[in-house]
Write a protein that binds this ligand. Structure first.
Ligand code: C2E
Ligand code: CA
Ligand code: CA
Length: 429
């Protein structure tokens, strides 16, 4: 008979705790595989649970979690089932028809809830061979894989279950590679800075460049930011990239100044996690001083989502950035949960409107950009619109009275040195 310590059990649902799962799943899975069973690890998340809690209260939320736990127990008799956290459930099961069973649960969601649009999404990972459990960390790997499969369908309405597949496998491999090699990439100069121009809409003249990261990897080739930034953000390590990009840019600006040319400012990206993981201000001061770059040439871009965290930290950071002489630009405004309060609370110099507004550019998007631009003006911010691809869009933005444009119409991001070795890219046009 099993003898459980209290922390082996999740009190709310009666399922096992995450700790128990982590300590015992490897042996459990190995034994089942050696006995000829098919073993699948799953990761279930209830989409919309937070709003459900808010709408119906915690008691109702807890009752829902207990109902789901019971459904899992009935459907997967004899399985190793646990609650990871909040509305995330995990498990190892031996059923051959695991996907069908989850689909049945999804179809019967009305049994779990009343009058809501809650959905379950489930990621599945099949452990094919007992040798996969040789690694002492194998349970974390299985859970990561099932989680990746769950996350893959997050933004795919109508898809409720997904198996971890080759594509997700190579993404997972890249993620591990990036996290393991970020220090080497910075040290060996694999992190490159590409520049994309921002143009004064009124005059059509170059105003500044945005510095954007590329990872030029000896094995994987040139990696775009979406192949490494999100993983490093999650690992709180993206500051390493951000400072490498800034350092490259400052080195480039110094080269231009040495040639007695006139550099234009550059903006560089900072992630929310930078402010938690590193001393951002000290780093900017150190890097800019090292290359004798005046700080009025440096504009820090901070995403709107960064403002959702600790407001005091961000307020202090923006104040300090201004004190050391950098402008502060808000990036991607309108892409997430925009809060107009953000505009009230933080003294930005420029608001960068996310390119979503230009994707299906119609009268409505024009009206939104127009209203935003008027409001920014009143608040003392300039408005930059990202993702400008056509002359028509440029004309509309000019008529609206936006200040700055950025997009493929002018140039995609490019490295500084062209084939002829010239460095005209970052000087005034
Ligand atoms: P972002 O900061 O919003 O940068 C703009 C992205 O939009 C760039 O993609 C750029 O190539 C792309 N873009 C520019 N104009 C157009 C256009 O007209 N049409 C379309 N479809 N796209 C356009 P990129 O360089 O791939 O960067 C993607 C994102 O990665 C950036 O979005 C930023 O969030 C992140 N990122 C890039 N470099 C860094 C970095 O050094 N640090 C941090 N923390 N994030 C970075
Ligand atoms: Ca940016
Ligand atoms: Ca942006």
């Amino acid at each position: 008979m099993d003898c459980f310590q209290t922390n082996d059990i999740d009190e709310l649902t009666g399922l096992k705790s995450l700790t128990y799962f982590q300590n015992n799943a490897r042996k459990w899975i190995r034994n089942r595989l050696l006995n000829g069973n098919r073993v699948t690890v799953f990761y279930v998340n209830i989409c919309g649970f937070r709003s459900y809690n808010r709408m119906y209260g915690f008691q109702a939320g807890n009752a829902l979690l207990r109902r789901l736990a019971n459904v899992l127990k009935i459907e997967f008799d004899g399985a190793l089932l646990a609650r990871n956290m909040a509305d995330h459930f995990i498990g190892a099961v031996t059923n051959e028809d695991v996907q069908e069973r989850f689909e049945k649960i999804h179809e019967n969601m009305h049994l779990l809830q009343h009058n809501t649009t809650l959905e379950l999404i489930t990621g599945l990972y099949e452990v094919k061979d007992a040798s996969e459990t040789d690694n002492p960390d194998s349970v974390s790997v299985f859970l990561d894989n099932a989680f990746a499969a769950m996350k893959f369908i997050y933004d795919k309405p109508g898809v409720n279950t997904y198996w971890f597949d080759e594509r997700l496998k190579s993404e997972a491999e890249l993620k591990n590679y990036v996290i393991e090699h970020v220090d080497e990439a910075v040290e060996k100069g694999w992190i490159k800075t590409y520049y994309q121009p921002c143009v004064n809409i009124c005059t059509g003249k170059l105003l500044q460049y945005e510095a954007l990261a590329r990872w030029d990897d000896p094995a994987y080739g040139l990696l775009a930011p979406d192949k490494f930034i999100p993983y490093l953000e999650n690992a709180y390590e993206v500051y390493k990239i951000d400072f490498a990009v800034l350092e490259n840019a400052c080195r480039d600006i110094q080269e231009i100044m040495k040639k007695k040319l006139d550099p234009v400012p550059i903006s560089f990206n900072l992630s929310r996690t930078d402010f938690e993981a590193a001393d951002v201000i000290d780093q900017i001061v150190e890097i800019s001083d090292k290359y004798h770059v005046p700080r009025y040439l440096l504009h820090a871009e901070i995403t709107e989502s960064a403002m959702n965290g600790d407001t005091e930290i961000m307020k202090k950071a923006i104040k300090r950035l201004h004190e050391i002489g950098c402008e502060v630009w808000m990036d991607d405004f309108g892409s997430g949960y925009s809060s107009l309060n953000t505009l009230k609370d933080y003294p930005f110099d420029v608001i960068k409107m996310d390119m979503v507004f230009l994707r299906n550019f119609d009268k409505k998007s024009e009206d939104i950009i127009s209203s935003m631009t008027q409001m920014n003006k009143k608040l003392g911010f300039k408005t930059l619109v990202e993702g400008v691809e056509t002359k028509e869009q440029m004309k509309a933005l000019k008529d609206i009275g936006c200040d700055i444009a950025q997009g493929y119409l002018f140039s995609k991001p490019l490295p500084l040195c062209h084939g002829d070795g010239s460095i005209d890219n970052i000087c005034s046009l």
